[in-house]
Design a protein around this ligand. Sequence first.
Ligand SMILES: Nc1ncnc2c1ncn2[C@@H]1O[C@H](COP(=O)(O)OP(=O)(O)OP(=O)(O)O)[C@@H](O)[C@H]1O
Length: 229
Amino acid sequence: MFISIQNLTKSFHKNKEVITPLEDLSLEVERGEFLSLMGPSGSGKTTLLNIIAGIDTPTSGSVEINGKDIAHLSRTQLTNWRAKHVGYIFQLYHLVPILSAYENVELPLLLGKWTKAERKEKIMAALDLVGLANRAQHRPSELSGGQEQRVAIARAIVHDPEMLVADEPTGDLDRESADSILRLLNNLAEQHDKTIVMVTHDPKASAAAHRALQLEKGKFVNEGHLLTH
Ligand SMILES: Nc1ncnc2c1ncn2[C@@H]1O[C@H](COP(=O)(O)OP(=O)(O)OP(=O)(O)O)[C@@H](O)[C@H]1O
């Protein structure tokens, strides 16, 4: 299993109250699987996504990604692990407005030891994969919402992580752009072996994934039926 989560519980202390958004949760995801997480507001979706992405740590339980226990890493170890193995896609793209598409995609590579020529090759390959090689010099304001999300996806995959996590990646897009982003995510899972976990409120986005799970009050309420295409 690429993702293996056993008996995960996450609690937060707020004033004197303890909030437990995830309780005794187990989840297995195969390599190359595109999984969707749905559920009402406050059901723990983002909390789970952040733990899978190594942004947050569980209170108890085990979290293994590609055979690596990430539940017990220090903050620094977790940051280093995340920089190598995870690409994060947000609802609102989070592109830097004064940088071109090319420079935005370059950002994660500046942490590594690549030469300028190596970076160029990776950036152009990522932009090509999302269909925007001809927009490399455009700034975000010169792109449509769907194109901005494609640049953000290129940025998420440019360092070749095995896993992508996406929080409402189509939440701000019209139907047509959303469908095209979902096809792209599907292609990244099926043709490029990326394991994708996506949080969404949109049933149509969820139906584009291989499997959909419903969270309610920190627990899964269905068995995650396989979706047919
Ligand atoms: N850092 C935190 N400190 C305290 N409570 C938190 C923290 N993060 C999340 N929570 C609480 O955990 C619960 C689950 O939040 P979470 O953001 O995971 O839900 P969600 O399903 O993603 O909701 P939405 O669909 O609205 O984004 C909520 O009650 C929230 O207030």
